[in-house]
Design a protein around this ligand. Structure first.
Ligand code: IPE
Ligand code: IPE
Ligand code: MG
Length: 251
């Protein structure tokens, strides 16, 4: 095959039909640490760069009219990391929240924080509350940032809250269906992601959206999250649009 053929193929590989976008894209923000290490920088520099990339991708998703973007920023397992790395991530989160409170109205990007916020400092929790309150007034793309999030923890807390409602006589065990249970998840009221993107080269879920990704299309790329670009997003969406989604049927 000649070069022009492959060039065209490469071009069409990233061609997106913007009329057929998924409603909800989920992204595991992975590869920050390696991005920094490859540049001889501390891992925390990678988290800083990763936060910038998130800002750019979130506004781009708003521009193309995506309804929901859910990103995995800090897992229930990430507390295992060295204390100074965790502390820096929390400092970056605080900076991010403060900046978001100033700019989200102008940018019309709604921010929601999914996960167990109890483990965060009171200061961070207050900022999260402020972001939520501003988001209530906005209409743009909803960006869910998963912090101290774990898929198993999410399902367990949902089961616990359902059991509490049963004990209080609000619901009965027979009321539990897939639809009613979803109301007990952090993602209550949102459609499930059709597309899950994992940059950073690993091909696993790492405890992300276990319930919601039951029928998501997975897209893995070696690109490290801080290097992720809108072209890379296009490639992922274009790949998704070429998939044959059967949902157990025959297509
Ligand atoms: C993802 O990047 C960000 C968090 C988990 C907080 P990593 O820090 O996992 O980066 P790598 O995988 O070590 O490169
Ligand atoms: C998943 O990345 C969690 C986030 C990106 C927040 P990790 O880097 O923690 O996952 P593993 O350790 O490679 O599975
Ligand atoms: Mg990682």
């Amino acid at each position: 095959m000649n070069l022009a053929f492959w060039k065209k193929k490469e071009h069409t590989a990233g061609q997106v039909d913007f009329q057929r976008l998924p409603r909800h894209i989920a992204v595991i923000l992975d590869g920050n640490g390696r991005w920094a290490q490859r540049r001889g920088l501390p891992r925390t520099a990678g988290h800083k760069a990763g936060a910038e990339t998130f800002r750019a991708i979130a506004t781009y998703c708003r521009d193309i009219g995506l309804e929901y973007l859910t990103v995995y920023a800090f897992s229930t397992e990430n507390w295992k990391r060295p204390k100074d790395e965790v502390e820096t991530i929390m400092v970056l989160l605080k900076r991010y929240l403060l900046e978001a409170i100033d700019t989200m109205e102008r940018d019309n990007v709604r921010l929601r924080f999914l996960g167990d916020m109890q483990a965060l400092s009171q200061e961070l929790r207050d900022l999260v509350e402020q972001c939520n309150a501003i988001s209530d007034r906005l209409t743009g793309c909803q960006c869910n940032i998963c912090i101290n999030y774990g898929g198993r923890a999410e399902i367990a807390q949902g089961a616990r809250r359902f059991a509490e409602d049963c004990a209080a006589g609000v619901v009965k065990p027979d009321d539990l269906t897939e639809e009613t249970f979803e109301k007990y998840l952090y993602s209550a009221g949102m459609p499930s992601p059709e597309l899950l993107i994992r940059p950073g080269g690993e091909q696993r879920l790492s405890n992300f959206l276990l319930w919601q990704c039951a029928y998501a299309e997975f897209y893995f790329t070696d690109v490290l999250w801080p290097d992720f670009s809108k072209e890379e997003l296009h490639r992922a969406i274009a790949a998704y649009q070429r998939r044959n989604r059967r949902f157990g049927g025959v297509g």
